[in-house]
Every structure is written in C-alpha cells, then in structure tokens.
Ligand binder design. Structure first.
Ligand SMILES: Nc1ncnc2c1ncn2[C@@H]1O[C@H](COP(=O)(O)OP(=O)(O)OP(=O)(O)O)[C@@H](O)[C@H]1O
Length: 225
C-alpha cells in the first residue's frame, strides 16, 4: 500500500513562492495502476518526484509499504529508491555508450553479483519483448518502442514495489504505444503497482483509477464535473 498524506510542495522563484502541490492525498493499493493527468505545468512530474523521494515535499508524509520515505537519511533513501522504486521516463534516459544488457543491469551493478543481474536482465528483456539479438546493441540503434521497453526492463531490475512512469508513451506512435500499454497491463496482472503520468486518455483508460491534478489539488476523475 502506498499512502500520500497532505503533501504540499512549492518552489521559490525570486521573492515569490510558487505553490505546486497543496494538501495532496492519495492511497494506492498494491497491484493497481493509478494514472495522474492534468494540464502542462500542473505539477504531475513534481508529484512523481516527491513519491520517488527525488524531491522532498515541504509538508506531508509519503509511506511506501509502511516506510515513511521522508524520514530516511540520504544514503538510506538512495538505497530504498534503488531497491523499491522503478522510474520510467518519457525520453528513456538510457546511457548512450552502454549496451542494452548493460543499461538494464546498471542500477544495481554496485550492489549485486553481475551473474545474478545478467540472468535477471535477460528474463526481463524476454518479458518486455526484446529479442536476444538486440542485447549488445547501443540505444541509438533501437526504435523508440524498443528503447522504452529496455527502459521499463531497467526500471524493473530490482523487482520494485512501485513502478513510476512519467509520460512513457509520449514520443511513440499509436502501435508502439499499444505495445507499451499491453506490457504495463501484463506487469499489473503479475502484481506490479504502477503510477503513471500521461496526457493521453487512450493510455489512461486502462488504469484502475484516474486522478486530475488541477491548481495544486488532486481530484479523482469521478469527482470532476
Ligand atoms: N526545481 C524547480 N524549481 C522551480 N520551479 C520548478 C521546479 N521544478 C518544477 N518547477 C515548476 O513547477 C511547475 C510544475 O512543473 P511539473 O514539471 O511538475 O509540471 P507537469 O504537470 O509535469 O508539466 P508537463 O505536463 O508539461 O510535463 C512548473 O511551473 C515548473 O516550472
């Protein structure tokens, strides 16, 4: 279970304080897919960054399976993030000079044996539909859909409790987008908890819950008239 309780976040801009999130509350059950929508600049990425511990909220608490991540010190927080949270970015963020296989194992290469990681990476790459002849390729020689699937495999290397996806289909054509949706649905079927940010209703409609972030408030879609 993930619980966000009364999160507020503002950024200083000159002498102004720009409020982005205002008393945001959200509970997400394990094994469900929650989508966050909202206008550009409404704070969707800011919210994901708070959930992942990359940003510290000004107020409020974030519990991931009973751990209050805001109470963790820097080193413990980094370790918690590496082991519990997978992050998928719109622009993939694959390292250009590393092969597909090395990109997937990279997040944990300091912590675990390489043999164990390579075995898991190969299994994940099969799950996300990446053929073996691509394992030694560099990201520049992959299609957009292949890059995103490799990025999803990398995000899953630590078997995270939580998969956070920031516009994971934003740069993809509709066929490739549908492949990513099917992949997310099969991950969810295997118990993965997913929080996804998107502008795309076609992606959102597959989730269990949809929220809109508007003027710093998070509203369940059913409550929006
Ligand atoms: N580190 C920062 N310092 C100051 N302002 C910031 C910072 N990060 C984000 N912002 C501002 O916070 C607001 C929300 O940004 P955010 O990226 O969370 O929006 P978003 O809803 O994800 O937008 P988009 O849909 O365009 O990606 C924006 O006005 C942005 O300029």
């Amino acid at each position: 279970m993930m619980k966000i309780a009364n999160i507020s976040k503002s950024f200083k801009s000159g002498s102004n304080n720009k409020v982005i999130l205002q008393n945001v509350n959200l509970n997400i059950s394990n094994g469900t897919w929650c989508t966050i929508m909202g206008p550009s600049g409404s704070g969707k990425s800011t919210l994901l960054n708070c959930i992942s511990g990359l940003l510290k909220p000004n107020e409020g608490k974030i519990h991931i399976n009973d751990i209050n991540i805001n109470e963790l010190y820097e080193n413990s927080l980094s370790e918690f993030r590496r082991n519990n949270i997978g992050f998928v970015f719109q622009d993939f963020k694959l390292l250009p000079y590393y092969s597909v296989l090395d990109n997937v194992i990279l997040p944990l290469v300091q912590d675990r044996s390489k043999t164990e990681l390579v075995t898991r990476a190969r299994k994940l790459l099969v799950e996300v539909g990446i053929e073996e002849d691509l394992y030694n390729r560099l990201p520049k020689d992959l299609s957009g859909g292949e890059k995103q699937r490799v990025a999803i495999a990398r995000a899953l290397i630590a078997e995270p409790n939580l998969l956070l996806c920031d516009e994971p289909t934003g740069n993809l054509d509709s066929d490739t987008r549908n492949q990513i949706i099917n992949l997310l649905l099969s991950l969810k079927q295997n118990g993965q908890t997913i929080i996804l940010v998107t502008h795309d209703e076609e992606v959102a409609k597959y989730s269990d819950n949809i929220y809109q972030l508007i003027n710093g408030k998070l509203l369940h879609k059913e409550l929006i008239k």
